[in-house]
Design a protein around this ligand. Structure first.
Ligand code: ZN
Length: 396
């Protein structure tokens, strides 16, 4: 296996890492740091630059469940395969790591961690995945940290995260799939836009399609300030804890048949494409200050708690409901429908109102300047005994 030349993502002259590093290729004139790979225990070189007999001895000395620390190390596909084979559990056929530190590691080939088990911490923050990051069906028993790295196509389908999962600041440049993944504790793909210094906000960026279909979030799911530049799918996803999408930016997004068991927060989120929310909101649903530039569909949505759309902008909405709302707790205050100051638009005909209030036992009312609004609100109790359908009232 050929050692990889060391590289740095930014190309800038980096400072030395905090760990004892290999320094292979260091040059006082051009690169005082050299290879950033951490020393293999008992040696003064990283795994990539270790002499062949020593590397073989290290790899053959590994056992399933071994702790590994290869921070800053460059992995060719062959070197990674050799490492995975070193910790492969013969009973399952899958790699089994204890604590696994791959902070700032660089994977030049596909990073094939499919089915891998991480019994301890799994740190990949700052790692660089040049090709596919394959973590399908991987199991993370300890904290899993993937923040601040560049990831090409990423496959976490069916992965299980038993402890916290942190993807804040990760940049997914290809398709990212988390279908049927399971997050048992907090899962973070962003930051709280309403807390802390927003200059430090580093929500995950998804350039390709992002799929969270059937994904289950058992803890807090944080997507604040996350950016979805392409389509994003959360169909049939289930959020048992709070789902925080504040300040997130979406192109087209689907929450069809998704279930929010606690609060769903989409305050200040921006939706530039089609947005579908045929979802079940068991807790409060907050869309204050959200902007919908494209078509938006809440048809089939069920709101058991309060649904707030204060100061929301529906610029491209052609319809809204029908929705089910428990106790009529759906408010749209000072919302702007249509193109606003840009003048009349077809989108503005069906829903155009400011302000509009729907609350208490009052019949829901939205003002429309067109022939009739297609939306309707049907109050239902928390016990799901449906009351008669109340169409949105026309005004003028
Ligand atoms: Zn090295």
């Amino acid at each position: 296996m050929e050692p990889l030349p060391h590289e740095h993502p930014t190309g800038a002259s980096p400072s030395a890492p905090s760990w004892s590093h290999c320094a292979h290729g260091a040059d006082p004139a051009t690169d005082s740091v050299g290879c950033r790979g951490i020393h293999v225990p008992g040696h003064t070189a990283c795994l990539a630059h270790l002499a062949e007999p020593d590397r073989t001895a290290y790899l053959t000395g590994l056992t399933p469940g071994a702790d590994v620390d290869h921070r800053g190390t460059s992995f060719s596909r062959g070197l990674l395969t050799a490492l995975l084979d070193g910790v492969r559990d013969p009973t399952t056929g899958n790699p089994h790591f204890g604590k696994a530190l791959f902070t700032e590691a660089r994977f030049s080939g596909a990073a094939w961690f499919r089915g891998a088990q991480f019994s301890g911490l799994a740190h990949f923050s700052g790692a660089h995945f040049r090709r596919r990051a394959e973590f399908r069906d991987a199991r993370f028993s300890g904290d899993a940290c993937f923040g601040r790295e560049e990831i090409g196509p990423a496959l976490f389908s069916g992965a299980q995260f038993s402890d916290r999962a942190n993807f804040s600041g990760a940049r997914f440049s290809g398709r990212a799939k988390f279908d049927e993944a399971q997050f048992s504790r907090d899962a973070s793909f962003g930051t709280n836009p309403w807390s802390g210094d927003t200059r430090d906000s580093d929500g995950a960026q998804f350039s390709g399609h992002a799929s969270f279909a059937r994904t289950r979030f058992f803890g807090h799911a944080e997507f604040g300030e996350a950016q979805f530049s392409s389509s994003a799918g959360f169909g049939l996803a289930e959020f048992s804890g709070q789902a925080a999408f504040g300040g997130a930016q979406f192109a087209s997004v689907w929450f069809a048949a998704a279930r929010f068991l606690e609060e769903a927060y989409f305050g200040r989120a921006k939706f530039s494409g089609h947005a579908t929310f045929a979802a079940q909101f068991n807790g409060d649903a907050v869309f204050d200050w959200a902007q919908f530039s494209g078509d938006v569909q809440f048809g089939g949505a069920q709101f058991s708690g309060i649904a707030k759309f204060d100061l929301v902008r529906f610029e491209g909405a052609s319809s809204f409901g029908p929705v089910l709302s428990a106790r009529g707790g759906l408010t749209v205050r000072h919302g702007v429908h249509g193109a606003g100051d840009a003048g009349d638009s077809s989108a503005a005909r069906d829903l155009r109102a400011h302000p509009v209030g729907i609350d208490g036992d009052h019949p829901p009312a939205l003002r429309g300047s067109g022939s009739h609004p297609r939306g309707a609100v049907r109050p239902c109790s928390r016990h799901r005994s449906p009351r008669p359908l109340l169409p949105l009232r026309l005004a003028d």
